[in-house]
Design a binder for this molecule. Structure first.
Ligand SMILES: CC(C)(COP(=O)(O)OP(=O)(O)OC[C@H]1O[C@@H](n2cnc3c(N)ncnc32)[C@H](O)[C@@H]1OP(=O)(O)O)[C@@H](O)C(=O)NCCC(=O)NCCS
Length: 204
């Protein structure tokens, strides 16, 4: 019998995926991206990358991630799993794809913003060693809310088993020990500027 994860297919997003992505966007966010924002990530931008997750047999999209590479950083721009498919490890697999994309491109630093109240997403990021480096006040609309800025450094040093299917949910002791070491290494090298991600505009 094939397992659930064997029935998943990861590939770059295409124009024909737009409607399915928009449908998931609409049920995942209180202030979803517009069609033109998603289109721009799919096509118009030379530094934009996407991954969509499909059910292999049904060819139905159930999750996606949009990323941009800006100089030496990968920014996770948008990321969602269809509500009917949450809590099955797809979010973790998507983050693994994001990490693999960063590694392929030789990028060491990943940055993202997340709503202060979005604990499910924050827990997911923390599982991979992302840590909060700052906040952007009133960054989100509907409702108005602060963003937390999360960062992951030294992507190439992430233990390989974290990048394998289900790797982050298996061997929790090994995972925690490896992540702790990884975080210690990262924190020992950070400068005060790394924690200063509140822009001048937001400070007013
Ligand atoms: C955040 C999101 C992508 C998680 O996707 P998912 O496929 O359900 O996540 P997973 O099943 O891989 O869960 C991985 C871990 O994330 C955390 N997590 C996920 N959902 C959670 C929830 N509802 N409550 C608490 N923790 C949660 C847990 O630590 C979980 O590990 P565990 O199952 O061992 O406890 C999904 O909830 C989503 O699409 N939310 C709406 C869009 C969104 O918030 N995107 C992020 C924008 S920054």
């Amino acid at each position: 019998m094939t397992s659930f994860t064997e029935n998943l297919e990861f590939s770059p997003g295409l124009l024909e995926d737009l409607d399915e992505i928009m449908a998931i966007e609409a049920v995942s966010f209180s202030h979803p991206w517009t069609e033109s924002m998603v289109l721009s990530e799919l096509f118009d931008h030379p530094f934009a990358f996407s991954t969509v997750v499909r059910m292999r047999k049904e060819k139905k999209i159930i999750a996606y991630a949009f990323m941009r590479i800006l100089l030496d950083e990968l920014h996770l721009m948008d990321f969602a799993v269809h509500p009917a498919w949450r809590r099955r490890g797809i979010g973790m697999q998507l983050i693994q794809q994001v990490l693999l994309t960063a590694r392929e491109k030789g990028i060491e630093k990943i940055l993202l913003e997340v709503r202060a109240s979005n604990l499910p997403a924050q827990r997911l990021y923390q599982k991979f060693g992302f840590f909060q480096i700052g906040e952007r006040r009133n960054y989100y609309y509907k409702p108005r809310e602060d963003a937390f800025v999360y960062q992951l450094n030294r992507v190439h040093e992430i233990p390989p088993f974290m990048l394998l299917e289900n790797g982050a949910s298996e061997a929790p002791n090994l995972k925690n020990a490896a992540l702790l070491t990884h975080k210690r290494n990262i924190l020992s090298e950070l400068s005060p500027q790394d924690f200063n991600h509140v822009s001048k505009e937001e400070e007013k």
